[in-house]
Each structure stands twice: as C-alpha cells, then as structure tokens.
Design a protein. Structure first.
Length: 273
C-alpha cells in the first residue's frame, strides 16, 4: 500500500510539474507575441523605410564632401556661441540643483517632514521630467524673448525634476542613524537634515550636478532652433543656408567641447566617489 501511494504521489507531482511547465511556456509565448506585435507597430508608426535610407546615403555623402575644408573665418563667433551654450547649461543646472534639494527632501518617503506632500511633490517632479527642456525653452522664448536666458530657464526646469528624483531616490536608501541621533537631542527635522543628512549626501548631489551639467551642454546645443541662443542658433542658420563647411566647423567645435567636459566631469565624479 505504501509503495502504491508513493507511486501515485510521484505521478501527481509529475503532472503538476508538467502543468507548471505548460503554463510557463504559454506565458512565454504570449509575452513573445506581444513583444513582436509591439515592435511591428513601432516599425509602422516610425515609417521605417530602408530603401529610402539607401537612396539618401549618396546625397549625404555629397554633403559631407562639400563640408571639407571647414570654414574658419567665423571661428571667434562660433566659440562665443559655444561659450553661451556652456554658460546656459551651467546656470540652468545650478538653478535646478538649488531647487532640487528641498523638493528631494519632500519627495523622500523616509524623511519628508510633510508626508501629505509626498505624492504631490513626486507628481510635480514627474511633470517637470516629462516636459523636455526644448519645450520649456520654446515657452520661455515666448515669455522672456529670444536669447540664452530662455534656454537657461528651460534647462533648469527640466533638470530640476530629474535631479530631484535622483537625489530623493538616493536619500531613501540611506541609513538615517546620524539624523535620528541629532533629533534625539531635541533638534527639529530641518536642523537634523541640515547638519546630519546634507553632509552625507553632498558627494551624491555634486556628482549628480556634474552629470547633469555635462548632459545639459549636449542638450542645449539644439535649443537655438527655437531661438534660445547658444551654438544651436548658428547650427540652424548653417543648415538653413546649406553652408556645409561652416556646419562642419560648428559640429567639430561642439564635439571638442563636449569631449573635454565629459573628461573633466568624469574625473571630478571619480574624485567624489
């Protein structure tokens, strides 16, 4: 009887495993079909046309050939506009970091002094992150006029949401023993955050700021398309006039500046790590 019951249990176990494998296989095939359907829809919506790309490559090669040699007569103006772009990104990133610190505290579930504001602040930051700096710059061009000031405000608002979320996520993973120790002395939450939490997250904040400054320099190069100043304006003018030698010079300067900033930013982040 015991051996018969053991054989029955074994058969039941094998049937359960087979049903489990069948269910997992069905889920895997369903997920694969959904993924394939998703990419088919994306392919159609993006209007991907390989033949059109192949037919356009000779034209692109012709433009690249026309871009040599580069035009250096306006190099001082190009460097000035590039400096505007770097300054725009630096000020926008600094503004974003200053605004991100208090909102990151409010958006951190473990330390927020006003728990009722946790979700509203998170939603507000998501809204800022969801609107690109390009769109913000377009709106501020209408508000404050053409020029790099509009670009700085656009960069600052978009970066505010992204930087605050990154800092808040880091705060939520920290051990709060130092801050709690300060609070046990009778200090309020604001004092505890200022004297115990900020020194601990300072390297994270500085590293985040450097990363976003580097990123915003690259992003700011296209803000001139909407009149927000910087090198993007000269880039657009060259494209409109089909002045490929000048366009090549601008792109080369952008690449050099971005490469240097990337190296400097990476070196500084390594020192802070």
């Amino acid at each position: 009887m015991t051996s018969g019951r053991g054989a029955a249990d074994m058969l039941m176990l094998i049937e359960q495993r087979q049903r489990g494998w069948s269910l997992r296989q069905a889920k895997m095939w369903a997920a694969t079909l959904l993924l394939v359907a998703f990419y088919v829809a994306c392919w159609r919506l993006a209007q991907v046309d390989i033949l059109r790309l192949l037919s356009g490559l000779p034209r692109l090669a012709h433009w690249l050939a026309e871009a040599w040699p580069p035009k250096l007569e306006e190099l001082p103006l190009i460097l000035e506009r590039t400096a505007e772009t770097v300054a725009m990104a630096a000020l926008g990133t600094t503004l974003a970091t200053i605004l991100a610190l208090p909102t990151a505290v409010l958006a951190s579930r473990n330390i927020t002094p006003l728990p009722m504001l946790y979700y509203p602040v998170r939603w507000f930051l998501n809204m800022l992150r969801g609107i690109d700096s390009f769109v913000f710059a377009l709106l501020f061009v209408a508000a404050v006029g053409l020029g790099p000031f509009a670009g700085m405000l656009g960069v600052g608002l978009h970066c505010w949401g992204s930087a605050a979320k990154l800092i808040a996520d880091q705060i939520e993973t920290l051990h709060l023993a130092p801050m709690q120790a300060v609070e046990t002395t009778g200090a309020g939450r604001v004092i505890a955050v200022a004297y115990a939490l900020l020194p601990e997250i300072a390297p994270i904040v500085l590293s985040t700021t450097l990363f976003w400054w580097e990123f915003n320099v690259r992003a700011s190069t296209v803000l001139g398309v909407v009149g927000a100043g910087g090198i993007g304006q000269e880039l657009k003018n060259s494209m409109d006039l089909l002045d490929f030698p000048r366009l090549f010079t601008i792109i080369a300067v952008i690449l050099i500046v971005v490469t240097v900033l990337d190296f400097v930013s990476g070196w500084l982040r390594g020192k802070l790590a």
